[in-house]
Design a binder for this molecule. Structure first.
Ligand code: HAM
Length: 427
């Protein structure tokens, strides 16, 4: 074939789509019970929204952003993540008016130009939560608990929640100086990217994948040892709340998030056996972002995760996410008269929410019964000449093989027979 799907993307085929629907519906239900409402933003935004928020030196902006110019010369980008668009919308639509706190969730595709591999795509689908409006450490725990509960509820067990604090801008300054003091004697041994990062964003030196840089970074000073008093206290309180909410975590002082907007709490859920792309989800506080993007100084915290990695993890846990739906009824109509007799009921059954399959192009009884069995339908509704003449229908339980002939006065007769078969005239 001449046309191929773009590299790093995939189709969600019908055999898989019910699994996606399940992940989405469980997320929506969970978000609702915690009081979060859905927000949907466009899949493209002004490119500088991401440059400003994620950081010019971040990989997401420097290497991975799908940037394009539209017919009027506007520089736009396919969104690489959801937080900056949500904040843009929050400011633009004055969502802070009326209530001091805003609880939002979103679902949708994100785009990053990266080398595709298992669990890493160029178009991937994120679920995310953003809580805006309070710096109270309870909310850090709330957001983390939602993520943990979601993954747990779906059946993920072999995961761990890693927690860190990246401090506030003032304690970051002293930490970045400590990092520069540590890396300065090693500058010549670092990769060219890290040499640039040294001046621009020394924290990014901790995130380099080049083995030589990684080895040096392993002994670098830790942010946790450079937290000022308020940041230290916040971090302790978050842990207390997590303990109270029975959300298990471990402290990993080496978590470096790939985006620049984080302050204080940073976290990731790791699923080790996913290999290189083992981060199921991640997030943190971003107390400075709203002001940075032109809004008021309002604190916030959130997370996002990718459905692709989640499905891979569920596969490894051998969790059957969701079964494909099977028909309640498979209609077998023998001949034109039978078809005319039963079709008005068929439409009504579907209007009343029953999943009914019917294939008029299969003529013989044998072919239709075979198709009914293949569809894994629970019941076959069989109409032949006798049924038409006596105003009845035959309902066959396809698992047990048991069947009954019943009078047909309205669709309710069929519905009753399917929901709780009542023997009338056993055949
Ligand atoms: P992130 O860590 O860049 O954070 O991405 C969150 C999750 O998205 C990852 O843990 C992973 O599951 C998934 N993900 C990222 N890139 C890819 C990819 N190329 N292919 C497949 N899955 C991927 C954020 O995006 C932040 N906006 C999270 C956040 C919300 N922070 C605060 N609020």
């Amino acid at each position: 074939m001449d046309y191929k799907i773009p590299r790093g993307t995939y189709d969600i085929l019908p055999a898989q789509s019910h699994k996606w629907q399940k992940l989405i519906s469980v997320f929506r239900e969970l978000a609702a019970v915690w009081g979060y409402a859905e927000i949907s933003t466009p899949i493209f935004e002004q490119a500088n929204l991401f440059e400003r928020s994620s950081g010019e030196s971040s990989d997401v902006v420097k290497k991975e952003m799908y940037r394009f110019t539209d017919q009027k010369g506007r520089i736009l980008a396919l969104r690489p993540e959801g937080t900056a668009p949500v904040v843009r919308s929050y400011i633009e639509n004055h969502l802070d008016i009326g209530s001091p706190t805003t609880k939002l969730y979103y679902l949708g595709p994100m785009f990053r130009y990266d080398r595709p591999q298992a669990g890493r795509y160029r178009q991937f689908y994120q679920y995310g939560i953003e809580f805006i409006g309070s710096d109270h450490p309870y909310y850090d725990a709330e957001v983390i608990a939602i993520l943990w509960n979601y993954l747990w509820q779906l059946g993920i067990r072999n995961m761990r929640l890693e927690l860190n604090s990246v401090g506030c801008p003032s304690c970051s300054l002293s930490y970045e100086k400590a990092l520069q003091d540590y890396f300065r004697p090693h500058l010549n041994e670092l990769c060219p990217d890290c040499q640039t990062r040294f001046d621009q964003k020394p924290r990014r030196l901790l995130d380099c994948k080049v083995p030589a840089c990684k080895a040096i970074a392993a002994k670098a000073p830790l942010q946790l040892d450079h937290l000022d008093e308020p940041c230290h206290k916040h971090f302790e309180q978050v842990q207390n709340y997590l303990n109270l909410m029975k959300t298990p975590y471990i402290i990993n002082p080496r978590i470096v998030r790939g985006l620049d907007y984080y302050t204080n709490t940073a976290f990731e859920v790791i699923y080790e056996s996913l290999g290189a792309q083992n981060s199921l989800a991640g997030g943190g506080r971003y107390n400075g972002l709203i002001e940075q993007l032109g809004g008021k100084s309002i604190p916030a915290i959130g997370f996002a995760g990718g459905f692709e990695r989640l499905l891979l993890a569920l596969e490894q846990e051998q969790v059957p996410v969701a079964e494909a739906p099977v028909p309640d009824i498979y209609l077998i109509a023998l001949g034109e008269q039978a078809q005319q007799y039963i079709l008005p009921y068929l439409n009504e059954l579907r209007c009343k929410g029953l999943y009914v399959e019917y294939a008029p192009d299969k003529v013989s009884f044998k072919a239709q019964l075979k198709a009914a069995n293949q569809s894994q339908a629970r019941h076959a509704l069989i109409i032949g000449e006798d049924e038409v003449n006596s105003n009845r229908f035959v309902i066959k339980d396809l698992a047990s093989g048991e069947q009954h002939s019943l009078p047909l006065r309205s669709t309710e007769d069929i519905i009753r027979a399917v929901r709780q078969p009542s023997p009338d005239v056993p055949l």
